[in-house]
Design a protein around this ligand. Sequence first.
Ligand code: SF4
Length: 432
Amino acid sequence: MSAVIPLQRADGCADAPVLRERGQREVFCGLTGIIWLHRKIQDAFFLVVGSRTCAHLLQSAAGVMIFAEPRFATAIIDERDLAGLADANEELDRVVRRLLERRPDIKMLFLVGSCPSEVIKLDLSRAAERLSREFLPQVRILNYSGSGIETTFTQGEDACLASLVPQLPQASAQDPASLLVVGCLPDVVEDQLARQLRAMGIHELQFFPPRSSRALPAVGPNTRYLLAQPFLGEAARALDARGASRLPAPFPFGVEGTTGWLQAAATAFGVSTARFEEVTLPARERATRALARLRPRLEGRSVFFFPDSQLELPLARFLSRELGMRLAEVGTPYLHREHLRQELEWLPAGTVLSEGQDVERQLDRCRAQAPDIVVCGLGLANPLEAEGLTTKWAIELVFSPVHGYEQAADLAELFARPLLRREKLAAEAACN
Ligand code: SF4
């Protein structure tokens, strides 16, 4: 018997109209993903082929991280005309050779494209092929684009994983069914989810990306995969092309999302209801109790999401259904209807959804609604705070461990804290 846990359904937004906007955007580019990708794949190096702006972005996104042996860098390609392209390719080869000679610990090198016109003229896939011929099998050299023209910040991870899929070993039709969890997760979260899935009896289990480039999971017709992140459209397409199939599921945020996500795996692998209950119930109850303590601080408060990370829909679903928050507007840079089907069904009917961005118009809508909290990028947060609105940086939600039962209360706390800070400031101002 398979596990079936009845989950409360809202009327939902499955067929709700979406406001599509194509104006000026205020979002980080895909280079930002390097900050969490380099922590995950511990023997990989990310070489951005870009400009001084790209180097600054990485520096400031990486914040105060100081490395004895950094695992990302920028090869700065200065302005040059087409006649200088041959030199640019030679220069890139020289930089790569120098790097790999100095750093024998690097087993996988990503050449990451960016948007300056000099870089666009360079064919990085050919550069990766050329350099691979020279360095295989010691180092695998791949390329993807993190350009701000093509990617918003979480799409960098999608592009990176999509570039890695063709490198995965082939599993055959005779291999047993296996589960692949797709998307970068902090190690602590990965370990928790792995423990729960294995406790249910799912032992053919792997994570993608792996912690080491030498442990790439095999993929084939018996691979079932669960997306851990909602921004992996290209990676999913590449896995489908390798014969793997996606298990439709909500995303593992909050109690409901995590239960639905684990349940999708349990159903596909024939885990009994009793076993599923036994494994998940203690953690579910702990998380539910922890959320109940935070609910009074968030219930009835309104939240407005600017489009940033593509995590917006699952987070909005969690905040509205498990914490009683009101959704003023839920913006997302890109809405993948199929991957987000369950999330859409779970959103309260009538939720205002927007896709893409026209920042000035969205700012007007935000000001008109005067929400209690605004989730937005760093560029918008300061001006909105100055106007008296409370903000939460979207990027923090990507950097923090927020998936799974054990992190459900931490995730709620990320929204409760700025509200509390604002209340304290207001109370102090009233006293003075
Ligand atoms: Fe700026 Fe483009 Fe470089 Fe990103 S890739 S930092 S958007 S120049």
